[in-house]
Design a protein around this ligand. Structure first.
Ligand code: WT7
Length: 652
């Protein structure tokens, strides 16, 4: 029996898929190249990262010092070097790739626009000149509240060009959330749009921005407004300016502002388990290095690829794998304004064929949602341009993984299940497409130069296969966060408070199997304790989803007299309402799959789950519902607030 302070895993998975031979033959990076990276990183962690930084980044002033750990956990990388991120994403491609398509943009309504590297460069330079003319200087903050359109990337790269710090706020956030972020960052400028259409519905961005600014945002001097929806909006005299007027007289060249390697590139807010959102602050050189290395290694991104990350620029995934990574690699990428189910649930697959996408990167929640619509949607399309599939954001259940592999990848494409966080800046634990054998639901191995491990609560390494513990990173890496904006104590406490100032605590629990491959069990606070056995909620969810009647499931615990905690499962069916008989079948099913210990006390059927706008299930809320308590949490970031009433009403 496992020790009390270990998280047990009862999930068994023995399917292993080697990288397909044809894929490896055609790959840019060969297994020998990857092996050499692992060996170099193993031999000398710092020298390894210094080599990567010299190979992949163009420096204005080369660095001489690699890592400064003297102020741990406030680490510095390449600190005496100078660089400009937008130069690395644009200028250096002009000679060889000026006419190459940087962005293939597809709007919600299906309009398509191809933007070359030269065109992107010009747009960024003109916008950067306009920012300077409006008084935005190095170190000033600009909040970007735009739809997922090329102008969002233009605005981000333009800030980087002049050393201003951007903070992108996802377009789905409410006025109070926007206001809090503007106030916390003390932003001087807000860059938004009159509105846009997503899934055919108008998102009134400017109206929301005006509400935010009516109640706060006193530091904002200028509001730049992109005309996108053609919506009828108010423009405040002396404060608001249309994007097209803003750039109208600006020259199409803008000398980059060279900044220190550690100069903040951006702040991105993410929610903590308690309290106000944390402004995750990233540095310039180290962050960009991570974006480039991970694109090249994990996705095997090369010059011939058409890369598509379906995330929104409002999330870290859209920062690293839309705005910065692919552009710094000089790649062609697809950017999409809409949603996967509009006008029909085959939108993604149709776009893959239209734009001949070779690398496709999305979230498990999207995969499960599309899976629920049925196989006929992907089957309408050839999907033969694809060579790599990726997922990110939450554990992917083996059922969805296999569906992705077979229906989308036609059993021909490696799947990279990439574990990382807003804080880590880029991929950390993930298969490398051309190298790593994959297993459904496993994030496999840490990347070269990333020292991941699993510890128990006393700081001892957990070495038993199948035993779980706290996921940590034991050495700093160039693309890690540098601090929480304005709150260094919270940074230290949240990420380095559990063990020591060199041990980054991700807040996730994980286990390793017999091969040493990692599996993410969930957030530490999503762990349930049943009769002295700790279980990751994800495993029970996976088991439920493996049942033929179930489309999606979320599992939480509530206190139980005898067992300590009991499992409550919220289940969404593929069809129909669900009844006591099915509830009882599902409970038996889980017991059968995972053992009696994991048998849910109660199964509650619902039409949907409470989710954040980024698609994460809000288990915190479900816990409250499961306990029959009154909801006192902030529900303003919920995608679907009405679902809560339904869940409460159905309680027994
Ligand atoms: C948390 C970070 C990283 C970009 C999107 C989310 C969970 C992320 C995986 C994965 C299992 C995953 C973790 C992590 N997570 N990727 N492949 N397998 N869990 O960024 O909002 O900062 O969330 O998402 O719990 O800590 P984020």
């Amino acid at each position: 029996m496992a020790a009390d302070n270990q998280i047990e895993s009862v999930l068994k998975e023995d399917r292993v898929f080697e990288p397909p031979r044809q894929f490896v033959e055609d790959a840019v990076l060969k297994p020998a190249d990857i092996k050499a990276l692992y060996a170099a990183a193993e031999a000398d962690h710092e020298a390894f990262w210094a080599d990567q930084a010299r190979q992949y980044l163009d420096w204005h002033k080369p660095f001489t010092q690699t890592l400064d750990a003297s102020k741990a956990p406030f680490f510095e990388w390449f600190a005496d070097g100078q660089i400009n991120v937008s130069y690395n994403c644009l200028d250096r491609h002009l000679a060889d790739r000026g006419d190459k398509t940087a962005i293939i943009f597809e709007g919600d309504d299906g309009e398509v626009e191809h933007i070359s590297y030269r065109d992107l460069y010009t747009r960024v330079c003109r916008f950067a000149n306009a920012l300077k003319a409006a008084g935005l200087a190095k170190g000033d903050r600009a909040v970007i509240y735009l739809p997922n359109v090329p102008e969002a990337a233009v605005a981000m790269l333009a800030c980087a060009r002049i050393g201003a710090i951007h903070s992108v706020v996802f377009g789905g956030f409410s006025a109070p959330s926007l206001r809090d972020r503007i106030d916390d960052a003390e932003a001087k400028m807000l860059i938004t749009a009159d509105g846009n259409y997503r899934g055919g519905k108008l998102i009134p961005l400017k109206e929301t921005a005006d509400k935010a600014l009516a109640e706060g945002g006193a530091t904002i001097e200028t509001v730049v407004v992109l005309k996108r929806a053609g919506a009828d909006i108010a423009m405040a005299d002396g404060r608001d300016v249309w994007w097209h007027d803003f750039v109208a007289d600006q020259p199409s060249e803008c000398e980059p502002t060279w900044v220190e390697a550690e100069h903040p590139l951006f702040i991105l807010y993410t929610s903590g388990s308690t309290g106000k959102p944390k402004g995750i602050q990233h540095a310039s050189a180290g962050y960009l290095l991570g974006a480039i290395c991970t694109c090249r290694w994990v996705f095997d991104l090369g010059d011939e690829d058409v890369f598509w990350c379906t995330a929104d620029v409002g999330w870290i995934t859209g920062h690293t794998y839309i705005a910065y990574g692919p552009t710094a690699c000089g790649a062609t990428q697809v950017m999409f304004e809409g949603v996967p189910t509009y006008p029909e649930p085959d939108r993604f697959w149709k776009m893959v064929d239209t734009h001949q996408v070779t690398i496709f990167y999305t979230a498990p929640t999207a995969i499960r949602a599309l899976m629920k619509h049925g196989d006929e949607y992907p089957q309408r399309h050839a999907l033969d341009s694809l060579r790599v599939l990726g997922t990110v954001g939450e554990p992917i259940n083996p059922e969805a993984w296999m569906w992705y592999r077979e229906l989308i990848g036609k059993s021909r494409c490696p799947i990279v299940d990439t574990w990382w966080q807003t804080e880590t800046g880029g991929h950390m634990i993930t298969p490398i497409a051309s190298y790593t054998p994959t297993k459904p639901g496993s994030v496999t191995q840490a990347l070269p130069g990333i020292d991941a491990d699993i510890l128990d609560e006393s700081g001892e390494r957990v070495t038993n296969a199948g035993a779980g513990g706290v996921l940590v990173i034991k050495k700093p890496w160039p693309y890690m966060l540098r601090t929480i904006w304005g709150d260094p104590d919270r940074y230290r406490g949240t990420y380095f408070g559990m063990y020591d100032a060199h041990t980054y605590v991700a807040g996730d629990s994980a286990q390793r199997d017999e091969d040493g491959d990692f599996r993410i069990l969930g957030r530490i606070d999503d762990v349930v304790n049943i009769s002295g056995h700790r279980l990751g909620t994800m495993e029970v969810e996976s088991a439920l989803v493996a049942h033929e009647a179930v489309a999606e499931a979320a599992v939480v615990s509530r206190p139980h007299e005898v067992k300590g905690e009991a499992i409550i499962a919220f289940v969404i069916l593929k069809d129909g309402e669900g009844d006591d008989r099915l509830a009882s079948d599902l409970r038996d099913w889980v017991a059968e799959q995972l053992g009696a210990i994991a048998k849910p006390e109660e199964v509650r059927f619902a039409d949907g789950l409470p989710k954040t706008r980024s698609g994460k299930i809000m288990r915190r809320l479900l816990r409250t519902v499961a306990r029959g308590d009154e909801i006192t949490q902030d529900v303003s970031t919920l995608e679907n607030p009405q679902i809560l009433e339904q869940l409460q009403a159905r309680g027994s």
